[in-house]
Design a protein around this ligand. Structure first.
Ligand code: ADP
Ligand code: MG
Length: 261
């Protein structure tokens, strides 16, 4: 049974898309079947996986509208074992279109329930907001990964995000877990980076992934070639960080499943 993981933080530029694309590619390399859903109108995950955004006619927008089937929305990528439901800038309109619907928070959950079985992991790259798109992602998800940039104001807005998660748990999705807080863009040479790591671990200890994503220029170059870090430079620090994250995620979920049995 596939696990649905939303990658969310209403702050922009914290590494949501970089994590979505490269975690998906890494899980794929480790022979997990992965579907990435691009739920951000900026469509950076779509272009990051080498898909021409202007040509997207069947994607997350039509899926959320329920005007196409989920099978119709899925596109194969060149990354092994990774499929995507692409986004287009049109997706911005969905927030307004759904607002009057009674089941507006449940559109994504309903749309993907039939393909959950076909994948090991379904990752959702969220938009930098706490609007209806992100609420749909959190309602559909089994868990959420929260990327946190090792920078000034790293924890700013985190309280609001955690409160949103709590209210989604209360109203729409009682089973929603926090998969983990992921420290991103870490630079060991910077005192600030080390202070953020310390601070986050002090407050959230076992909720924080052991894997820390370092600042690595290869990670920021790869998207302009429409490539994941695995294809762009498999020997880079960025590739090894995301492969470690994929392994940690797989291990964590294996342990959880054996506990439940
Ligand atoms: P978000 O999706 O949260 O807005 P992105 O993943 O798009 O954030 O990252 C913001 C910018 O930072 C992008 O230009 C991306 O290439 C760059 N970036 C993200 N993670 C790293 C990293 N670990 N090292 C270097 N650059 C990074
Ligand atoms: Mg993004």
């Amino acid at each position: 049974m596939g696990k649905i993981i939303a990658i969310a933080n209403q702050k922009g530029g914290v590494g949501k898309t970089t994590t979505s694309v490269n975690l998906a590619a890494s899980l794929g390399v480790l022979e997990k079947k992965v579907l990435l859903i691009d739920a951000d109108p900026q469509a950076n995950a779509t272009s990051g996986l080498g898909i021409e955004v202007d040509n997207v006619e069947k994607g997350s927008y039509q899926l959320l509208e329920h005007t196409i089937s989920v099978e119709d929305a899925i596109v194969k990528t060149v990354s092994p074992n990774v499929d995507i439901i692409p986004a287009h800038i049109d997706l911005v309109a969905i927030e307004i279109e759904l607002v009057d619907k009674d089941d507006r928070e449940y559109m994504l959950k309903k749309a993907v329930q039939d393909i959950k079985e076909a994948y090991d992991y379904i990752l959702i790259d969220c938009a930098p907001s706490l609007g209806l798109l992100t609420l749909n992602a959190l309602t559909a998800a089994d868990s959420v990964i929260i990327p946190i940039q090792c920078e000034y104001f790293a924890l700013e807005g985190l309280g609001k995000l955690l409160n949103t998660i709590k209210s989604v748990q209360k109203i729409h999705n009682p089973d929603l877990d926090i998969e983990g807080l992921l420290l991103t863009m870490y630079d060991s040479r910077l005192r600030l980076s080390n202070q953020v790591v310390e601070e986050v671990k002090k407050h959230f200890n076992e909720m924080v992934f052991d894997t820390i994503i370092q600042r690595n220029v290869r990670l920021s170059e790869a998207p302009s070639y429409g490539e994941t870090i695995i294809d762009y430079d498999a020997t880079s620090k960025g590739a090894s960080n995301y492969l470690n994250l994929a392994n940690e995620l797989i291990k964590k979920n294996k342990e959880k499943n054996t506990e439940e049995v």
